[in-house]
Design a protein around this ligand. Structure first.
Ligand code: NAP
Length: 414
């Protein structure tokens, strides 16, 4: 364990895994003929550890028992032989629990010890992870909040507020490693502890890497705030066709990619906040009656919405968006789409995970003095963070708001 810790510290990017293991009680000269396992059976755990697949991050610095290794091997066999059955098989550690076995000094009650096994037993239908993992009690019970575009502006103010108010680990994510690390260090100077994870929402592999990281380390996420976004300045002379494509890519399609990969990871009781804008509502009101009706329809599905947003981009490229009922604002349309998407995904969550109590909302932070909002904006980033943070910290058991557009902590008409 000492050597594994040193490897992690000194060669953090080398992906070396170092573990100790127990082969079980094996019939060898050392253990004698009464041992229940053959040498072949005893070899299973060491060989399993020697052949952990490339890219695996765990186990590392662990003592792996033969039972644990066997769980992992069996999980792999299940995936191979019954790939469509969705069975999840994991090993776990309940922590050190006050039972007859561990004695009265153990810090955890049996109820606390039950948390990780019960969490694994009740993974929601359709969940694909964790599977074939060793799930430790510590990480599973640490709550985690993730903010996209956290290195500056509103995102940084949201991270700062969460550091003070969220009970758990707060992740500042950013597309640029240096800018993200700098922001984490700046918060540290204020006495606030945050963690960094690279996440460029325009890069699918960055999204899947980050999702895998949170799944492996924490078993999912508790709070996700989709804050990352872009806007062309009014004075920008980039052709509207390009502005439409680029703006919708980040604000709508890439944010949707994050949601696609992270929503299955959101734990029961989780909170998801999509930072949209009042501009999206104003834009909706400026659309043709037919478009308004489609956006507001409770029947609108995700695929239909994607097609609608794609049609805006294509019509803008042909210079036909105005005649097809769209207003002249790429940013506005991107946020109309994000709010509509939030409503669709909230409806789906209610249908597919009705007992998980997850609340998903879109919001407007107000007009905020950031690089995007400019210096005339009336709200500071800290004031802008109030509504997103309020939605991220809705108390356990709250049933509302869900699938709403919220501003100044109030549900707004859509
Ligand atoms: N400011 C306002 O008045 C206002 C009003 C309503 C809604 N909003 C919304 O609030 C959110 C934050 O805006 P802001 O005012 O704080 O803007 P900002 O100061 O320009 O910050 C935008 C953040 O998003 C990040 N970002 C952009 N593209 C990204 C990508 N592909 N992957 C990851 N991060 C990316 C930026 O990272 P880089 O530093 O690397 O560029 C930056 O951290 C946006 O969604 C915006 O639409 C703002």
């Amino acid at each position: 364990m000492i050597l594994a810790r040193r490897l992690s510290k000194e060669r953090p990017n080398d992906g070396i895994l170092l573990n100790a293991c127990c082969p079980g009680w094996v019939r060898t000269d050392m253990a004698g003929p009464k041992a229940p396992k053959s040498p072949e059976e005893g070899a299973i755990t060491p060989v399993y550890l020697a052949l952990l697949p490339p890219g695996a991050a765990e186990p590392h610095g662990k003592f792996v028992s033969d039972k644990e290794a066997l769980s992992m091997i069996l999980a792999r066999r299940l995936s191979k032989e019954r790939p469509n059955d969705g069975i999840l098989l994991n090993a776990c550690c309940p922590g050190w629990v006050r039972t007859d076995m561990a004695g009265p000094k153990a810090p955890k009650s049996p109820e606390e010890g039950a948390i990780t096994p019960v969490y694994l037993a009740l993974l929601p239908p359709g969940a694909a992870e964790p599977h074939g993992k060793f799930v430790s009690d510590k990480e599973m019970s640490t709550r985690v909040a993730v903010v996209t575009g956290g290195n500056k502006g509103l995102g940084l103010a949201i991270v700062r507020a969460l550091c003070g108010q969220f009970q758990g680990d707060v992740y500042l994510t950013a597309r640029d490693y240096g800018r993200g690390q700098e922001a984490v260090e700046a918060l540290a100077k204020e006495g606030l502890k945050s963690f960094f994870q690279q996440l460029d929402i325009d890069d699918l592999s960055s999204i899947t890497t980050a999702a895998a990281f949170f799944r492996e380390k924490y078993g999912g996420v508790d709070v996700l705030i989709n804050n990352a976004g872009i806007a062309f300045k009014n004075a920008d002379t980039t052709p509207f066709a390009v502005q439409a494509e680029v703006t919708l890519k980040t604000n709508f399609f890439s944010t949707r990619d994050v949601l696609t990969h992270f929503l299955p990871l959101v734990k029961a009781g989780g909170r998801v906040v999509n930072v949209s804008s009042f501009v999206g509502v104003r834009t909706l009101n400026g659309c043709s009656p037919e478009l308004q009706q489609r956006f507001r329809s409770p029947e609108l599905g995700e695929e239909q919405l994607l097609a609608l947003m794609q049609s805006f981009v294509e019509q803008a490229q042909r210079g036909e968006h105005l005649q097809n009922g769209w207003p002249q604002t790429a940013y506005g349309v991107s946020k109309t789409g994000l709010t509509a998407l939030s409503m669709i995904l909230a409806r789906r969550l209610s249908k597919e995970r009705p007992n998980d109590g997850i609340l998903l909302n879109a919001c407007c932070p107000g007009w905020v003095g950031t690089e995007m909002g400019g210096s005339s904006a009336p709200k500071s980033p800290e004031e802008g963070a109030i509504t997103p943070v309020y939605l991220a910290l809705l108390p356990p058991g709250a049933a509302e708001p869900h699938g709403k557009f919220v501003s100044d902590k109030e549900v707004q008409t859509w």
